[in-house]
Design a protein. Structure first.
Length: 230
């Protein structure tokens, strides 16, 4: 190839790249408007090389045809068999939306959510909305959640890690009017290190507590450093 031909080829490639850049910008802005250097849009969907929807961004995040959570037929086939017959009835009331960012697996399962609030787990509704982050396993079951939750006139910060059996594994919590500490297992069958007010479910004690507590089958088997006066 001569120098002249090479120069023409490079120029055509530059022109092609410029046209593609303009085309992509137009496609991106079609759903929104740009003013003062700020791009405004209702939502954004990022696809992988195979055309699968993988990242959803919006308020709320846009719908995706590949998402399992919003496909009742796939939910019935993939999740319902693991639970009682009433599962699909309960599922109708679950919240699947979020204002934020959602990352999907190749198969359409929710893997990572950062939002306000985050969606309900696929095994039950949240008692209160949670603002934060959720990480799910490859089948869409929640394994980790970090969030800020409103409770009455206050907020509770918690970090929860779940087992592969979809059970509580470890909880780190800070509640100004409730427990503050770490729970390994469940309140009825686990280890609690921290403080809790009198009569709280996490200790099962009538008095306030501060220290280390071990419970099995709902019964206290070890208690160390109770709160002063006990």
């Amino acid at each position: 190839m001569t120098t002249a031909k090479l120069t023409r080829t490079v120029r055509w490639l530059q022109l092609y790249a410029a046209l593609m850049t303009v085309a992509l910008a137009v496609l991106f802005v079609r759903s929104g408007t740009a003013a003062g250097g700020v791009l405004r849009a209702r939502g954004l969907i990022i696809e992988d090389a195979a055309g699968r929807e993988r990242i959803l961004i919006g308020a709320p995040v846009p719908e995706a045809a590949n998402r399992v959570r919003t496909d009742e037929t796939r939910v019935r086939d993939l999740w319902a068999p693991r639970f009682p017959d009433a599962y699909m009835g309960y599922y109708q009331d679950y919240i699947h939306e979020t204002n934020g960012m959602l990352i999907l697996s190749e198969d359409g399962f929710d893997r990572l959510v950062v939002g306000d609030p985050v969606p309900d787990p696929n095994i039950g509704k949240r008692i209160v909305p949670s603002t934060g982050m959720v990480i799910n396993d490859p089948e869409g079951f929640e394994r980790m959640g970090y969030g800020l939750k409103p409770v009455d006139d206050r907020h509770v910060v918690s970090l929860g890690l779940d087992t592969e059996r979809i059970e509580e594994g470890l909880v780190l919590i800070l509640d100004d009017d409730g427990p503050r500490g770490v729970l390994v297992g469940t309140p009825a069958d686990g280890i609690f290190l921290g403080s809790a007010p009198a009569g709280h479910d996490w200790t099962g004690l009538e008095e306030s507590f501060q220290g280390l507590l071990i419970r099995r089958d709902g019964e206290t088997v070890y208690q160390m450093n109770p709160a002063p006066g006990n």
